[in-house]
Design a protein around this ligand. Structure first.
Ligand code: LLP
Length: 420
């Protein structure tokens, strides 16, 4: 399975048309316009189900990382499929509640939680607040004391382990801002465990994203299992180990560990502790479930015989290529006659980094041709912006052969509503 670790892939050709689960993308583009994100509900469900099945009867919880894609409709599908959530801000907590999650479904993570966010999480009584520092534990305790409640907390540790992923999305080295050094975690957790306003419940670690190898994840798991044992030796109560997200997807035919190998690697290490295992997958759930549809608005020959194919979507709609040099496959939504051309597929934004693909081969693109940028379901729409006053794109959910708009395109009036 070159592309999808044994799972189905939603965006497949049928005859001349590239479809999402059988629905022609050209029909969606014709009706809704572009740029538009299209999501496969079936893929979201299948990916949650595959992870659940992979962890089998080992006690576990899947807390989907909302930061990957927190469109309400996406979150509702994930929740209905048995996914809980990892919220990284007060805004994501509110989205989770709106999507039908209860506070017990939410773990709250994030470097730099504001007093208001901490108070909201404490007031709701979320399942766990993953604390990032000793100071934050104190602030959580103070918020709980003020409310006369007890907050469930875990401590995020930084194990100083390289994720072997892109430097911008690696989070587990000692030089990174995330968590407390694992060497200091024992004392900090012991302190937290002794506070009456806190119920210490677990250890949290997340070392990076888009990981294609399991070894760094094994090492991180081993480190936190060891820490949990030390804490138990100290008499600190521990219920779970939260091993974060990070499982990669195949953007360009890379070999990706299937859910079964991923889960087996983690369970093997955690099982002797008997602790519940939490994971926070984002990309591995939503990434392959989405594509960005964009239209060609200009074609410019380059002196060297290649072309610039300019789209109506750019880094404002999908930032990953500009920010990480990320690769996304790009395909025409309707098969086209004519010789393929070699081109750079670029956006309309006034930045030279606004490039979706270099040296791509596309079948005779013309102005008006609609292209699909694949594997854009995670960190696509979620990272879109109004740069150059682009509207936030429309979003469409395909479900059981039907499709509906789950976020309509923003208008310029909506962009300006908060301005003087
Ligand atoms: N848990 C925590 C604490 C995280 O920080 C993240 C992602 C996740 C879970 C989910 O990780 P995943 O399973 O999706 O790898 N914008 C970047 C990715 C940033 C990831 C940030 N943290 C990208 O487009 O590649």
């Amino acid at each position: 399975m070159p592309y999808n670790a044994g799972l189905m892939y939603a965006f497949q050709p049928q005859g001349n048309e590239l479809t999402c689960d059988g629905v022609a993308l050209s029909a969606i583009a014709a009706s809704v316009g572009t740029p538009t994100y299209v999501y496969s509900a079936a893929t979201l469900r299948e990916r949650i189900a595959a992870l659940h099945a992979a962890f089998g009867d080992y006690p576990h919880a899947l807390h989907y990382a909302l930061k990957a894609n927190s469109n309400l409709a996406v979150v509702r599908v994930v929740r209905a499929a048995g996914g809980l959530v990892d919220a990284n801000s007060g805004g994501e907590i509110e989205v989770a509640l709106r999507a039908g999650c209860t506070p017990a479904d939410i773990v709250f993570t994030g470097v730099g939680k504001t007093p208001a966010e901490i108070d909201r999480a404490v007031a709701l009584g979320v399942k766990t607040i993953n604390a990032e520092s000793a100071g934050e534990l104190e602030r959580i305790a103070a918020a709980a004391r003020a409310r006369g409640s007890v907050a469930r907390v875990a401590l995020r540790v930084n194990p100083d382990i390289a994720s072997e992923s892109h430097p911008h999305i690696s989070t587990g080295l000692g030089t990174h801002k995330f968590g407390v050094p694992i060497t200091e975690a024992r004392a900090i957790a012991r302190d937290a465990g002794a506070r009456p306003e806190l119920k210490f419940v677990g250890v949290h670690v997340h070392i990076g994203s888009q990981m294609l190898g399991l070894e760094p994840l094994r090492r991180a798991a081993t480190a936190v299992v060891g820490l949990a044992q030390e804490l138990r030796d100290d008499g600190v109560h521990v219920e779970h180990l939260d091993l974060g997200g990070g499982l990669g997807i195949a953007y360009d035919g890379e070999t990706v560990p299937p859910a079964d190998s991923y889960a087996a690697a983690l369970v093997t290490i955690v099982r002797p502790s008997g602790l519940t295992l939490i994971v926070e997958p984002g990309r591995a759930v939503a990434g392959p479930a989405g594509a960005l549809l964009a239209s060609v608005v200009d074609i410019k020959p380059r002196g060297d015989g290649t072309q610039f194919v300019v789209l109506d979507a750019g880094m404002s709609e999908l930032l990953r290529p500009a920010l990480y040099g990320a690769y996304h496959r790009i395909e025409a939504v309707t098969a086209r006659d004519g010789a393929p051309v070699t081109c750079d597929v670029v956006g309309p934004i006034c930045e030279s980094s606004d490039v979706f693909g270099v040296n791509r081969s596309l079948p005779a693109p013309a102005v008006g041709t609609v292209l699909a940028v694949l594997d854009a379901g995670a960190y696509g729409s979620a990272m879109s912006s109004n740069y150059n006053r682009h509207a936030l794109p429309a979003e469409v959910m395909v479900d059981e052969g039907a499709w509906r708009v789950v976020r309509r395109r923003q208008t310029i009036a909506e962009q300006l509503v908060c301005e003087e």
